[in-house]
Write a new protein. Structure first.
Length: 378
């Protein structure tokens, strides 16, 4: 895989069937390509209890999760590298087929700073808030910023544990510094920097405001459908939930579970596929599916399980129908996003054999060469 990536010089996605194997591949490829953006993209949950409803017991289970902050920063680093670099290698699990947020909105909300240019301090602080950074003068942590006089510190959300310090003289940006976020120690100077949103599910404020009315109109229709069937409890439940969510979105630009409205935010038609990590790749990327005899069936099984759980939430008024479109890709949708694919396995199934134009058998007698050069000069 490393040899092919080195020779082709294309962004690469290496798909693995579990976190353990993905972590092993990540460590190996970091050694193979020390100068490239080698990224790690897996589920960031240490513990995850999805939102669900069990009709037979009239039991609603609220979503509960313990997010691993380190892995969350790795995920942010992967998406940011894909939007800013060409020499990117991402090692991922099937998390790459789950909804992630629209890359166009993610890029539109990014903010580029250049030394010597003028910026209004109030505009910067408002923009950072729109990008879901939290202002926190006391507890400086990833995804937060602090402003003291003519200095603004922004704790980045990528995996490098870096903070950006913007130093102004009036409105003019005098310097951009990378600092250690814990000690404040100077690391290096930059002439320019791009700040990406703190979360993937973000959207420009004007777009959110336009979306709110569309969601409200559809909510009224779905509530009326419940009332027409005599389901007053479900109608009331849905109305209260959605009105609360819309109020939070209007005030803060975010709400817990905003991904369930992603179809409206992206302005997608009902039933359409959500944006996922693969959409952050350029069209000429190459994918490797490691242990494809396990990974390919795993990809095919993600959609049905997710659909069954969310259908109960929709049927009983806990979520709008749009929640069904916050989902992993169907297998045929996954296939439509493929460009060049290499299946690696010792025991190929019929699918790989039928899809592959060429098959190569590898026999090794000694350890492979370690690649230490840049993948390609850009």
């Amino acid at each position: 895989m490393a040899n092919i990536i080195q020779n082709l010089g294309k962004p690469a996605l290496i798909l693995s069937h579990n976190k353990t194997l993905a972590a092993q591949l990540f460590a190996e490829f970091k050694k193979f390509f020390p100068y490239n953006a080698v990224e790690y993209f897996v589920s960031y949950y240490d513990y995850y209890q999805p939102e669900a409803y069990v009709p037979s017991r009239d039991l609603y289970i609220e979503k509960d999760a313990d997010i691993n902050d380190t892995i969350e920063r790795y995920r942010s680093s992967a998406s940011q590298s894909l939007l800013t670099r060409k020499d990117v290698i991402v090692i991922s699990t099937v998390s790459c087929i789950y909804g992630l947020g629209n890359p166009a909105d993610y890029l539109e909300l990014s903010f580029e700073f250049n030394v010597g240019e003028s910026y209004k301090r109030d505009n910067i602080l408002a923009r950072l808030t729109d990008m879901q950074y939290e202002r926190n003068q006391l507890d400086f942590m990833p995804g937060s910023f602090r402003a003291i006089g003519e200095i603004i510190d922004i704790y980045l959300t990528n995996a490098n544990d870096e903070a950006v310090r913007l130093e102004f003289f009036g409105d003019e940006l005098e310097s951009i510094k990378i600092i250690n976020p814990l000690t404040g120690e100077f690391v290096k100077n930059l002439n320019s920097v791009i700040i990406f949103p703190a979360k993937h599910y973000v959207s420009p404020h004007h777009k959110l405001m336009e979306t709110i009315e569309t969601i409200r109109e559809d909510m009224k229709k779905e509530v009326q459908q419940f009332l027409d069937k005599g389901k007053v409890v479900e109608a009331t439940r849905l109305k209260q939930r959605v009105e609360y969510d819309l109020e939070m979105i209007a005030e803060t630009g975010f709400v817990k579970g905003i991904e369930n409205y992603s179809r409206y935010i992206d302005r997608r038609p009902p039933g359409s596929a959500p944006s996922c990590l693969i959409d952050y790749f350029p069209h000429d990327y190459i994918m490797f599916i490691d242990e494809s005899h396990i990974t390919v069936p795993q990809i095919g099984g993600m959609y049905n399980g997710d659909r069954a759980r969310k259908q109960s939430l929709v049927d009983y008024g806990f979520r709008m129908k749009a929640a069904l479109d916050n989902r992993p890709l169907k297998f045929e949708e996954f296939e439509q996003k493929l460009n060049q694919v290499i299946y690696t396995t010792a025991t190929p199934r019929d699918y790989e054999i039928q899809k592959s134009m060429n098959a190569t058998e590898e026999i090794r007698e000694k350890s492979p060469q370690i690649f230490s050069g840049k993948m390609l000069e850009y």
